[in-house]
Design a protein around this ligand. Structure first.
Ligand code: ZN
Length: 339
């Protein structure tokens, strides 16, 4: 056992010598490793010798080594505390380390355009209306002049739930909810997520954003719709974007129109994004069908108005020159940090 005491004293002396010269955290780690290292530290070596000793000597040996270990740990902790509290911070802080880069957050391009659109339509007297994403067939189809046996219903590849409800295929359902609850005149926009069983490609997604607009009053006509949409396009894209209206069929409007804009990617000469047509379909719209107004409990002889449904993601693509809609939803910071 005398041999053990000699060894312990030797370790202590070496330890305190090294500890006294320690000035930085890195040096302190090295001292800790030198003496308490699990592989080759002297304390570990002493513990390993335990198995070679006669059984009667083992408890005393084990106790002495454990006491040594506790002492060293205590001294190391004390020294670490002293280093933190020292008046000479340069001993503690390593100023050559790189600073941690803290990135700033960004608005998502969809949120940016949404904010602009809401501001624009608010300036025209529109308010924001919202509705549920899980809808009944009545709000999503029937009330919009699309009864269940109507062939037009196939146009919307719909997700049906086991409950018989649907994931809304457009925000036009909010148009119905608003018209049923309120008495015209009214002006609302309803941005929100919509769902269709679509094959996903550069310009189609199964989950996408749409913004419905609705204006109902006694003397609304097609020129009001054209004027407001032209102003909206001008507001989002500036004057440079060419647009055109062309007739289209949607069961809930009569007459129905599509507002197209000239393809910004090819300037109208034809490319894969515009499917070689030079035009991109942007806003389906039209005068609200008399049946829809009647279904919502109002007299179509008194009230009329227009509705439009903007494919919101498409507007974001065109505004920022993004040629693949999927980029908007990948959460890729290389893309998002540009906004
Ligand atoms: Zn094009």
């Amino acid at each position: 056992m005398n041999e053990l005491n000699d060894q312990i004293n030797q370790i202590k002396n070496q330890f305190f010598d090294q500890l006294q010269e320690t000035r930085t955290e890195a040096e302190l780690f090295q001292v800790e490793k030198n003496f308490l290292g699990k592989k080759s530290g002297p304390v570990t070596q002493l513990l390993k010798k335990l198995s070679e000793l006669p059984p009667e000597e083992r408890p005393k040996w084990g106790q002495s080594v454990n006491e040594l270990k506790k002492l060293l740990e205590l001294e190391l902790a004390q020294k670490r505390q002293n280093l933190v509290n020292t008046d000479e911070p340069q001993l503690w802080w390593d100023y050559t380390l790189d600073k941690f880069a803290v990135g700033r957050g960004h608005w998502h391009p969809i949120s940016l355009v949404l904010k602009d659109m809401v501001n624009f339509f608010a300036s025209m007297g529109f308010e924001v209306a919202q509705g549920p994403e899980v809808e009944t067939e009545f709000y999503n189809f029937d009330a919009l002049n699309i009864p269940s046996n109507h062939p037009a219903r196939d146009v919307w590849d719909t997700f049906y739930l086991k409950t018989g409800e649907v994931l809304r295929t457009h925000t036009s359902s909010v148009q119905i909810r608003t018209l049923m609850q309120r008495t015209p005149p009214l002006r609302v926009i309803s941005p929100g997520r919509c769902f269709r069983y679509e094959e996903v490609d550069a310009t189609h997604l199964a989950v996408f954003n749409q913004m419905e607009g609705l204006m109902i009053d006694k003397n609304i006509c097609l020129s009001d719709l054209k004027g407001i949409l032209h102003k909206a396009i001008e507001f989002i894209f500036g004057n440079s974007l060419k647009t055109r209206f062309r007739p289209a069929f949607y069961p809930f409007v009569e007459p129905g129109l599509d507002l197209d804009c000239q393809c910004i990617f090819c300037g109208g000469s034809g490319c894969s994004v515009c499917k070689q047509t030079g035009w991109i379909e942007l806003i389906p719209c039209g005068m609200v069908h008399p049946n829809v107004i009647r279904n919502c409990g109002h007299d179509p002889e008194v009230y009329r108005g227009f509705a439009f449904g903007m494919g919101f993601d498409r507007i974001v693509m065109l505004r920022y020159g993004i040629n693949d809609m999927r980029l908007l939803y990948k959460g890729d910071l290389n893309v998002l940090s540009q906004f």
